[in-house]
Write a protein that binds this ligand. Structure first.
Ligand SMILES: Nc1nc2c(c(=O)[nH]1)N[C@H]1C(S)=C(S)[C@@H](COP(=O)(O)O)O[C@H]1N2
Ligand SMILES: [Mo]
Length: 222
């Protein structure tokens, strides 16, 4: 006789849950809640998005999404100009990666974004395009090999620890240049220009910082 009772009880409980979770089909309102940064991920402690030392060449940039587009240009057959929303609707990936600045500090963050290689595929990067030059809203540039971006599945991130990339950290998009020194992690990215020039030197590279920027090599010198 017990089994007879179970079914209606479940239905009632289910109905209450649906109502509580807003499953009644009413028009939904979206309210903005305070940001809640993730502090731990799969057993690993994360750094705070505020733990970075802000030392950008011109200070934090303010990028307005009203006029913003992310361009993919240069040696491509299909140049792109995407709005922030268009980028946000693409297939998303997450990764825990540590940034190491040449000044000696580091920060381990859960990043979320798109694969830069997906953009390059869509833009139909030409065969001679071996280098991607990242341009930023403050005029900063740095470059990374196309093969590295593809093989290491490098992200163009819009979230850090579950919150939108803060203005100081490069809103709307920052390059998560895994295994490379901090100066390769371009913030406030506006354009990815495909080039055939492996000798291209970005901002800090032109002052003598290593162009490969590999963490396992000295950051200064050729
Ligand atoms: N657009 C832009 N991106 C940039 C920089 C910059 O000056 N401008 N500085 C780089 C350097 S040297 C570092 S260490 C990282 C992290 O800098 P942050 O601590 O100021 O966020 O951003 C990199 N990306
Ligand atoms: Mo840096």
């Amino acid at each position: 006789m017990k089994t007879k009772m179970r079914f209606p009880v479940l239905v009632i409980l289910g109905g209450m849950l649906l109502a509580a979770c807003g499953g009644t089909g009413e028009t939904k309102m979206t309210s903005r809640l305070p940001r809640v940064e993730i502090q731990e991920y799969e057993g690993e402690d994360l750094s705070s998005v505020d733990s970075f030392r802000e030392n950008s060449i011109k200070g934090p940039q303010t990028v307005s999404l009203d006029t913003y587009t992310l361009k993919v240009s240069g040696l491509v057959d299909n140049p792109l100009a995407l709005t922030y929303e268009q980028v946000r609707t693409r297939e998303a990936y997450t990764k825990v990666v540590t940034l190491h600045c040449v000044e000696g500090w580091d920060a381990t963050i859960l990043w979320e974004g798109i694969l830069i290689d997906d953009l390059l595929k869509e833009a139909q990067a030409q065969e001679s395009a071996v280098i991607a030059i990242f341009h930023a809203a403050d005029g900063y540039t740095s470059s990374l090999p196309v093969a590295y971006l593809r093989d290491k599945q490098i992200l163009l991130a819009y979230k850090m620890n579950g919150v939108d990339v803060p203005r100081e950290r490069g809103f709307p998009f920052v390059v998560v240049a895994e295994a490379k020194w901090g100066y390769k992690w371009v913030k406030w990215v506006t354009e990815i220009e495909l080039s055939n020039d492996p000798a291209y030197k970005g901002y800090w590279e032109s002052f003598g910082y290593s162009n490969t920027g590999d963490l396992d090599e000295p950051f200064f010198g050729p």
